[in-house]
Design a protein. Structure first.
Length: 365
């Protein structure tokens, strides 16, 4: 019987149904479906992850090792020793697929595969993250030069590589912006369909527009709000979660090390939690982070506490960020070598990271 570990959050009744539908979709017997669904109700899964930046750095065409880099095994091993159980892996769509509707670049794909292998060796989930803001070579998805079908083609090809890898999650896109929610929904649904059409049952993370902000989820920045539009997500196997990001500086962008909006950030996470519960959905906090100021660390803990205390609504979180190429003592970065920065943030997260990995308990079934 195929393992479902890493795919599905639980224990809500809706999660049990989602597991039931997905299990059927991958051709398990009716008895197996029933057993799996019952087990889902008895466990909780929380991804406690970190973004490992570097592969999204630079521009397409920059030489590897000069313009960008993938995580080393040493970095992944270090993060695993810190008890992170997932990494979100940003990379550039253009590097992996140099021509729209073309084959994936073998060398670039091998780098992603090596990162996945290194993570799996540490029993870590990998979230694949095309870090492109709903763009390809600067042009928005749905424009004449980047049709929605090309985005669907990309996910058909990448999805086929990692189809039903029990610990690979598909993050459709990093922070779409300057695209109306309805147009982004069309693109997201096309990508979801292409993933399911090839038989991939992997968990898919679906962001909204407006930079995927939790604080902006219910606001009308680009047409109607994500809250009103993204309920139109169509997933044939109903195995998805909504991804949001949340920072705490003046404009919620994460570009500054101040925490002037820390209370607003915490409030945004609580409001999004309420929306998830009210609409029977689940979410993933794909990016968040603060500097080591005391007020910032307080808010960091509060955001994580909200997620950890609402396992029916949330499948987990991924801190921003780690990676070898960040300058020493960058404000939000948990460095692979803590002597270079991030010790206070890691210390703040450590009590949660040290808790039993409920994902492993689910996987044991």
């Amino acid at each position: 019987m195929p393992s479902l570990k890493g795919f599905l959050p639980c224990p809500s009744a809706s999660a049990s149904l989602r597991k039931l539908f997905f299990t059927a979709a991958v051709s398990l017997t009716a008895l197996s479906v029933s057993v799996q669904a019952g087990m889902a109700a008895a466990c909780e899964m929380s991804l406690r992850g970190i973004n490992v930046a570097g592969a999204e750095f630079g521009k397409p065409g920059d030489p590897y090792g000069e313009g960008y880099i993938y995580p080393t095994k040493e970095t992944i091993d270090s993060l695993a020793s810190d008890k992170f159980n997932a990494i979100r892996l940003p990379f550039l769509w253009e590097r992996l697929q140099p021509q729209l509707n073309g084959i994936l670049d073998d060398t670039e794909l091998s780098r992603i595969q090596q990162t996945v292998d290194d993570a799996h060796a540490n029993n870590m989930v990998v979230i694949l993250d095309p870090h492109n803001y709903a763009r390809y070579r600067g042009e928005v998805i749905g424009s004449p030069n980047v049709p929605v079908a090309a985005f669907a083609d990309f996910w058909k090809r990448l999805g086929a590589v990692f189809a039903n890898d029990e610990d690979v999650i598909f993050g459709l896109m990093n922070e779409p912006h300057d695209i109306e929610a309805a147009d982004w929904l069309t693109a997201a649904n096309a990508a979801l369909k292409s993933i399911r059409d090839i038989g991939a049952g992997n968990l898919v993370l679906v962001p909204g527009t407006a930079w995927s902000g939790a604080h902006s989820w219910s606001q009308n920045f680009y047409g109607n709000s994500n809250a009103s539009v993204m309920i139109g997500v169509q997933d044939p196997v109903d195995n998805f979660a909504f991804e949001v990001h949340q920072y705490a500086d003046d404009d919620f962008s994460g570009k500054s090390d101040n925490c002037n909006q820390i209370d607003g950030a915490v409030s945004a996470i609580q409001s999004f939690t309420n929306w998830l519960n009210a609409n029977d959905y689940q979410g993933f906090l794909g990016e968040f982070g603060t500097s080591d100021q005391l007020s910032c660390l307080r808010g960091l803990k509060q955001m994580v506490d909200i997620i950890e205390q609402n396992p029916k609504a949330w499948i987990g979180w991924a801190y921003w960020a780690s990676g070898e190429w960040w300058p020493k003592n960058s404000p939000m970065i948990i460095q692979p070598d803590l002597r270079n920065g991030g010790k206070a943030q890691l210390t703040t997260l450590q009590p949660v990271l040290n808790e039993p990995d409920t994902r492993l308990a689910c996987n044991a079934h």
